[in-house]
Design a protein around this ligand. Structure first.
Ligand code: GCB
Length: 615
């Protein structure tokens, strides 16, 4: 009997969905949580580099992967010892790049580059105690990263927006002159995440911090200290995960300001945490109260500030701390338009989130991939709800179990890094994925993985809308609606189809009895280009678009819980090639390429101010 391929694929996906486990692991070690609270040595700064479009440092002339000891591999020493040593690679100070940063914005030769760049850094390191373990930690590097120390491979990671750490064995480490080489490759592939096609620039490089991290032999690897979703009275249900726990180990949680101190037994490297907070202030955007929480074992100690709040869906509302909230949001790319570059620093995060605050937001949708950890930590302290997303964008290969594994790996890394952030209320598993049975199984699996990994938050995905012309009705019918907590959709009525005035009689609904969120809407305007509101690309046209949208938003059905229009600031996109008004930019920003506010900024701000005053 012939079994057709789609059935086999569906079966594989179903089994993996059932197991809800990644098929392949893409980072070799468990992620270490809360790096800022660890003993670290920064490796940021200038790194020497080699641009290697043919990957000569990785493959030999037969295009076979080079052996570890191959002297021509770019992880091997570039030092010429004898005058007859032929070295066809070398790291010199004439060629250096800043880390963290994308490479495209640092050098004109790399503006459009997609491929391999080798980075090299030397460092000295003396262990303080012999029992300490040492790791190298990358906040993110896009997309595939291969790490070598003193000619030995430490590991490989895939995924351009999530952190990873690799252990450095004592046998590899030297006190002086460690030779660290990192191969970063940002080529796009059909079976990666994101895939070949996106509407944002594929910035390459080591885009986030690099650090050496010291851990004791028996260490706290991760912990989850959150109110249980059902909590009405400060009940915390969580866990502390250890690595190499000693027999009879115990984990203590302390919150000094609340005079909380509880100790829990550790079994199989895990302590289950159950405690009730005495009277405390809930975290909310209006009062982003965070408490210092100390997690201790006999040999390890970490601390950080954690806010406590509940979030759940009840009927058509999102309830935070038991009360309905309306999300005055904005979508954000991790880019600084004035620098034509990725956002990478604390001041970049402050710039983006301050703009969102000025707009009157209480929520940001961090699109379309996990942003720098500095963003989510700052959202905690500034008081902004966060939607955080993995780059399952458009036409991923939904029929592949291996691709599902890659998506799950990124999802796990995103959640692990940020599952103690009060600001994050929604994990999103993707954006505008085309409806099909196989896609729905794939996405449903991701939603279930997110829920299983973190039951304390909502799950969603940005969906598309169906148009029923007979009733002039636009509705979200996507079968994935059944599995999300919040039905979110992107609509561009008046930009992609219709005129802004089409909004006047547009009706919206969903067949799911759930909260309805507009994850995108927007129109382009070239900053500083003025004319009448009937001329496309002018700020006046964008302003007209927003006026009509806002009037429509005021008439949305009663399950409408908010919006995150597209987008805070203009961003680079290779798909936007109008030679006069785009030139490689998506100009739907409310803030332009120079960082100036466009006219439409004030229309949305006004709407948000009105809602705020009404509430
Ligand atoms: C969308 C996508 C977003 C695009 C935007 C646009 O629906 O989700 O990534 O950039 O539209 O500008 O067309």
């Amino acid at each position: 009997m012939m079994i057709c391929k789609p059935i086999i694929t569906r079966l594989i996906l179903l089994i993996s969905a059932f197991l809800s486990l990644p098929f392949l692991a893409f980072s070799q070690n468990d992620l270490i949580a809360n790096i800022p609270s660890r003993n670290t040595i920064s490796l940021n700064g200038r790194w020497q580099y080699i641009v290697d479009p043919y990957e000569t440092g990785f493959y030999d002339y037969r295009f076979k992967e080079r052996k570890e000891a191959d002297a021509e591999a770019y992880w091997s020493s570039d030092v010429q010892v004898n005058k007859m040593d032929r070295k066809e690679h070398g790291y010199i100070d004439k060629y250096t790049l800043n880390v963290p940063s994308d490479w495209n914005s640092q050098n004109d030769r790399l503006y459009y580059y997609e491929g391999t760049v080798w980075y090299k850094k030397s460092f000295d390191y003396k262990k303080s105690t012999t029992s300490n373990r040492l790791f190298i930690y990358f906040g993110a590097a896009n997309y595939r990263t291969d790490v070598y120390l003193n000619g030995k491979k430490l590991g490989m990671h895939k995924g351009g927006f999530t952190p990873f750490n690799l252990e450095i064995a004592d046998s590899v480490l030297k006190e002086k002159g460690n030779y660290l080489v990192v191969k970063v490759d940002n080529k796009r592939y059909a079976d990666e995440i994101p895939t070949l096609n996106t509407d944002w620039w594929n910035y390459g490089g080591i885009t986030r911090d690099v650090k050496l991290v010291e851990l004791p032999a028996s260490a706290i690897i991760d912990y989850f200290i959150q109110l249980s979703p059902a909590s009405t009275n400060g009940e915390i249900e969580g866990w502390v995960k250890l690595n190499n726990a000693v027999p009879n180990e115990k984990a203590t949680i302390e919150i000094p300001e609340l005079k909380v101190k509880h100790t829990f037994n550790v079994n199989n490297n895990l302590a289950e945490v159950k405690l009730t907070l005495p009277q405390f202030q809930c975290w909310l955007p209006e009062n982003p109260k965070c408490y210092k929480v100390i997690i201790k074992t006999n040999s390890d100690r970490v601390e950080e500030k954690i806010g406590f709040r509940t979030v759940k869906v009840a009927g058509k509302s999102i309830l935070v701390n038991g009360k309905p909230v309306f999300l005055r949001g904005i979508s954000i790319h991790g880019e600084i338009p004035q620098g034509k570059r990725r956002a990478q620093s604390q001041s970049d995060a402050l710039q983006l989130l301050t703009w969102a605050k000025e707009l009157g937001c209480n929520m940001v949708r961090l699109a379309h991939y996990p942003h720098d950890e500095k963003m989510t930590r700052l959202a905690d302290s500034l008081g902004l709800f966060v939607w955080s997303e993995i780059p399952v964008y458009w036409t991923i290969d939904f029929s592949s179990a291996a691709v599902l594994g890659k998506a799950q790996a990124q999802l796990n890394e995103m959640i692990t890094r940020d599952h103690n952030r009060a600001s994050i209320i929604i994990w999103s598993v993707g954006n505008e994925t085309p409806v099909s049975d196989i896609r729905t199984i794939f996405m449903k699996t991701l939603l279930q993985t997110a829920k299983k990994t973190d039951p304390s938050r909502l799950v969603s995905a940005a969906l598309e809308v169906d148009y029923h012309s007979a009733e002039n009705l636009r509705s979200v019918d996507d079968p994935l609606g059944e599995y999300v907590d919040v039905v979110s959709f992107n609509e561009y009525l008046g930009w992609y189809g219709g005129t802004p005035e089409s909004c006047r009689d547009a009706r919206w609904s969903t067949r799911y009895n759930k909260p309805l969120f507009i994850s995108e809407t927007g129109a382009e305007a070239l900053g500083g280009y003025h004319g009448d509101a009937g001329t496309l690309w002018t700020e006046e046209f964008q302003e007209r678009f927003y006026k009509e949208q806002v009037a429509m938003l005021k008439r949305m059905p009663d399950n409408y819980v908010g919006a995150s229009p597209w987008i805070l600031a203009d961003f680079r996109s290779p798909r936007r090639n109008n030679p006069t008004y785009q030139e490689g930019w998506n100009n739907k920003g409310l803030i332009d390429q120079q960082g100036r506010k466009k006219k439409a900024f004030y229309i949305l701000k006004n709407y948000y101010n009105q809602i705020q005053t009404k509430n």
